[in-house]
Design a protein around this ligand. Sequence first.
Ligand SMILES: N[C@@H](CCC(=O)N[C@@H](CS)C(=O)NCC(=O)O)C(=O)O
Length: 244
Amino acid sequence: MPYELYYWDGIQGRGEFVRLALEEAGADYIDVTRDKEGGGTDRMMKIMQSRSDPLVPFAPPFLVDGELLIPHVANILLYLGPKLGLSPADEAQRFVANGLQLTITDLVAEAHDTHHPIAGSLYYEDQKEEAKARAAEFIVYRIPMFLGYFERVLKQNPAGPDHPVGDGLTYVDLSLFQVVEGLRYAFPKAMRRTEREWPALIALHDAVARRPNISRYLESERRLPFSEAGIFRHYPELEAHLDP
Ligand SMILES: N[C@@H](CCC(=O)N[C@@H](CS)C(=O)NCC(=O)O)C(=O)O
């Protein structure tokens, strides 16, 4: 049975962190809302609106594997990692990987809040001034804190700086690739100015991009472009205060 990934149609969003793992592993999966059979979004809404299923998820992404329904990116990757060969072999190290993935979850939430600092239910245009203040803070303090942290994790890995945890590729490597991609899209000026401060992280990003299954995926139609409907959004006014 193929895995079923449920996520909003038309955007990379948080679903992309799961897709990258499935794609790297060459796993058999259905991206339900994009499936050519159609009706996927209705199926997803029906699952989320269930009044009887004890596994009812609050929000996508969620993964269905047979009888199991698993919500939350980090939780999905904790589950899929060993099955896809994308987790450390050592059990204790799997919790290290999960901790890193949960930090990525925090970063993603903060990246979202740069364009929706007041409420997800309001239009960006209705919270633009607050977004400018929030994005300025994110650019100056939070991007360096998060990326500086991941750089340190890479450099402090006893197995070497090629991977954040253990001595082989895990889903955390793939998610860090997506973090760099997303931040480059959303804040190109800020990233151009600062990313040389994180050489190990950028080297990891480049190594992931070169992996055969990932590069094939990135070239495929399955990889949607970033857009102003996703998590990482590019609004030039949010970094207009920076030099080119
Ligand atoms: N912690 C969850 C967050 C899930 C989430 O916020 N999903 C968004 C789409 S990216 C959503 O549909 N949220 C609906 C809501 O918060 O009301 C995860 O990491 O998967």
